[in-house]
Design a protein around this ligand. Sequence first.
Ligand code: GDP
Length: 692
Amino acid sequence: MMLLTKKMIQIRSLLQSIGQSESLTLPSIVVIGSQSSGKSSVLEAIVGHEFLPKGNNMVTRRPIELTLVNTPNAQAEFAEFPAMGLGRITDFSQVQKTLTDLNLAVPAEQCVSDEPIQLQIYSPNVPDLSLIDLPGYIQVTGMDQPPELKEKIAALCEKYIQPPNVILAISAADVDLANSTALRASRRVDPRGERTIGVITKMDLVDANRGLSMLMDKKYPLRLGYVGVVCRVPTSGATMLFNRGNSNISDAVVKNEKAYFSSHPEFAPNSPVSTGTLTLKQKLMHVLEQTMASSLKETSEVVRQELAEATYEFKVQYNDRPLSAETYLAESLDSFKHSFRGFADDFGREQVRALLKHELDQQVLNILAQKYWNRPLEDITPPLPETDPLTDLPKADPEHPLWHLKLDTSTSSLTKLGIGRLATTVVAASLQTHIDSLIGNSTFAAHPFARQAITEASTSILRDLSYDIADELEICVKPYKYRIHLEDSEWSKGRENISKVLKNELKDCENAIKYVEDQVGGKRKLRDVMGFIDRVRSGQVVLEGNGVGGAGGFSAALLTKGREAVFLRDRAGIIRLRLTAVKSKQCASKNNKYYCPEVFLDAVADKLTTTADLFLDAEMLSKFYYSFPRELDTRLGRSLTKSDIERFAREDPKIKRHLDVVRRKELLEHVLKEMEGLRQLENGARVRSGRR
Ligand code: GDP
């Protein structure tokens, strides 16, 4: 029937893992004793390892919920702190260190904490037991200890020694039993001595007769009886050496203990008293099993009630909608991929074309400004001979080689600007922006981890694609670097388009002037400073210094704004002029390309765009649309562990709550089923053995 204890202990751990409620408690053995009564030595003899914090000043400040799991076929022994995720610890001095750290983490002014430390030990040498080690009672408060420590420890113990727990009351043989704090505490909550096991330690320190009479104590008779032990680990040099590290100390303790009890006839095998840690272990197993069995019915009732509550919450809050971290991830991923497909359907060659053409339009404007519309307007010193920027733009002379050269260099500026790199960068950036907004509108928005995974997926694919595509596209546009042939239709399309571009640019210039106007505080003020700058430029006014500290009654800042406005005004003037030129009859024919570089360059830009959009549609978009969903499957599917997925889902507090309810409900269902099974087993055993 040890199966029962094992199962119940498993259930206990399960319930702990979901944060069991106060009402849902499974019995455990609670170990109490005053400081130095030998409490730690008893526990360590049971476990077979030194693992509890030691040291003069060391007070256990938190309860340790110790779960011992018998692993009959296992070779290795190891410990786990399930709440801390440290994994398996095979070095028990490490366990001791961790417990010490956890204890020291409780602030001194708080004295003790009732938040238990969970520790599980797996070994073929331990029985299945659930024990709770509590801080030892102290008699007098030390100088450096808070005065209320004594009361706080007593209160903490009081809380744990309530039914249905079994009390393991440790008293040392060299102290009168009437003075045993452990027994006094136990007596208060268990006056009839029904669920207390008395342990008398340090039997070797008292006369055997006296020891015997303590074990047969009649003043506080215990139904479960007393056990006398000698738990001190013998400290001969050889054993010390042997005990160092991780070897099991049980054998050494037992051997030492046997040597003592067998040398005293009072404790001969036919004596009426129980002695030895082995006997104690047996008793603990037996008593825990009995207690577990008798609390089975009551506990399953509580579980049933908790389950009913969880089921109700699940129905009312979540409409019985099942959810697991895995399905949540799968659904989120599906719907994200669905929205991505929607985007991919709408974002094709045409959209790429618009992006690229807009980019090249800007490049054309820049080239025009540099090569054709250029005049040194930016600075007000030195004064320029020109007076009116609108009238003295050089006129194009198609016969003159200068005008051929100008158009040729402008054209090659455009064809050689590195369209491969430019186009891939623009398209990749736009795709990335779209992906970002798809994420923002998806369930992944609330999941930093997934956001990052998706963003990384797209950036890495786009980076890889861009690298090759930029070079290949450059090769595609190579022919245009040598010769451009335009059809009439291409010319007129260019003329139409550049008119629009110029008009927009003009509007931008005018808006920018307005903006400067607002910044300086009005039309009038701006006009005044612009007038001044114009006069300086035409040499009517001579500027002292270079105007750094202001000039003509205008501050330096105002002059800067004025120069900006003058530049914009002149640019607007030139654009107006060129718009008229583009619209003129001369520019209607491609034969007059030297008069109309704007139209020619636009037509070239259009040719480049057509080549690029075709290529990018085939190479970049389709490859990205193919790879991206697969990369998502990898990053958010196959490469994730179960705990990754769990962590992901729980990032969203709403999902976390939903998952918690589902988990709790499933767990309680599972627990209840297990308990029902155990009850049937137990009933069967009772009938067979004739117990009632
Ligand atoms: P705790 O403070 O109640 O945990 O007590 P410990 O287990 O740390 O023991 C206090 C002291 O008593 C230590 O020095 C132990 O070596 C010693 N001790 C524990 N059990 C025995 C025993 O059975 N016999 C003897 N002689 N000393 C013991």
